[in-house]
Design a protein around this ligand. Structure first.
Ligand code: PAF
Length: 281
C-alpha cells in the first residue's frame, strides 16, 4: 500500500493503474476509521481491481472552527487498518493542496444542500460537494463508494455527479449494523449501557416503517407511528423524523406511492444518533 500526499503523485499512480487496464474504486473519508468505513473499503475492493482511499478532514464542511479542531485524527492507526484491508493506495493531501491560495470555485446542489440537515448546517453540503468534486477529478475513479447512513450526503453526491456529467458510478452501501440492529457509528462508544440498549428503538422504528409502507399507509400516519414508537423509549429526546421523496428529498404528503427516504434522529444522553432507510411501497 502506497501513501501519497501530493496531487501529481496520486495522479501518476492512477495513470499507471489505468495503463495496466485496471478499474479503480475510490472511498473518500475524513479518517478516524471504524467498521462502517471498512465496510465501504471492502465494497470498493469487491467492485474494482484497485481500491484507493483518501483521508482528509475537509475544513469547508465545518461551519464551526471548534468542531473542525476537535475532529478526531489518527492517520497512523487508519493506515494500519487500511493496510490490513489490502487497500492499494491512500491519498492524504494537506488543506493547502486541496484549497490553494486563490481557489474560489464552489460546487453546490442548490435545492438538496439547503433542506433538512442543510437547514441546520448552512454551507455543510456545499463543502462536501466541493471537496468530493475535487477528489473525483483528481482520482478519476470508475466507481466511488459512500455510506447510505448519510443519506442526504449520498443524494447530494449522486446529484452533482449527474449534473456535472462526471464519468463515475456513485455506489451507496447499506448501513452496517450491530447484531441488535443499531447502526454503527463512532458515537455509539459514547452511549451509557442503558442508552446503548435504548437506542435500538431507532432500528425497531424503521422496521415498523418498512412493514407499514409495504402494507400501504400515508406520510402522516407513518410519521405519527414512528414518533410514538421512538417516544415510548423514555431515554430518547429531541426526536426528529423526516419522510421525503427518496431521490429529491422533497417533502411528501398523503398516501405513500413512490420510494421514500425515512430519516430519523434522537438524542440518548448527550449523544445525537441518526438512522435512515429507503423503503418502497
Ligand atoms: O462522509 C464523509 O466522511 C465526508 O463528508 C466526505 C464524503 C469524505 C467528504 O469530506
Amino acid at each position: 500500500m502506497r501513501v501519497y500526499k501530493q496531487i501529481d503523485e496520486i495522479r501518476r499512480a492512477v495513470g499507471n493503474f489505468k495503463s495496466q487496464g485496471k478499474s479503480i474504486a475510490f472511498v473518500p473519508t475524513m479518517g478516524a476509521l471504524h467498521d462502517g468505513h471498512l465496510a465501504l473499503v471492502r465494497q470498493a475492493k469487491a467492485r474494482a481491481d484497485i481500491a484507493i482511499v483518501s483521508i482528509f478532514v475537509n475544513p469547508t464542511q465545518f461551519e464551526n472552527p471548534d468542531d473542525l479542531a476537535a475532529y478526531p485524527r489518527d492517520v497512523d492507526a487508519d493506515l494500519v487498518l487500511l493496510q490490513a484491508e489490502g487497500v492499494d493506495a491512500v491519498f492524504t493531501p494537506t488543506p493547502d493542496a486541496m484549497y490553494p491560495a486563490g481557489a474560489e470555485t464552489i460546487v453546490e446542489t442548490t435545492a438538496l444542500a439547503n433542506m433538512l440537515h442543510g437547514e441546520v448546517r448552512p454551507g455543510h453540503f456545499r463543502g462536501v460537494a466541493t471537496v468530493v468534486t475535487k477528489f473525483l477529478n483528481i482520482v478519476t475513479p470508475d466507481i466511488a463508494v459512500f455510506g447510505e447512513k448519510d443519506y442526504q450526503q449520498l443524494q447530494v453526491i449522486r446529484t452533482l455527479a449527474r449534473d456535472l456529467f462526471l464519468p463515475v458510478q456513485i455506489a451507496g452501501i447499506p448501513t452496517v449494523r450491530e447484531a441488535d440492529g443499531l447502526a454503527m457509528s463512532s458515537r455509539n462508544a459514547r452511549l451509557s449501557p442503558e442508552d446503548r440498549e435504548a437506542a435500538v428503538v431507532l432500528n425497531r422504528a424503521l422496521d415498523l416503517a418498512d412493514r407499514m409502507v409495504a402494507e400501504g399507509t400515508t406520510v402522516e400516519t407513518l410519521g405519527t407511528a414512528l414518533r410514538d414508537i421512538i417516544e415510548t423509549e423514555r431515554r430518547a429526546s429531541n426526536v426528529a423524523i423526516d419522510i421525503a421523496a427518496a431521490e429529491t428529498l422533497a417533502p411528501l404528503v398523503g398516501p405513500i406511492a413512490t420510494p421514500v427516504a425515512l430519516m430519523i434522529s434522537a438524542q440518548f444522553g448527550d449523544v445525537l444518533l441518526i438512522d435512515q432507510r429507503v423503503t418502497t411501497p
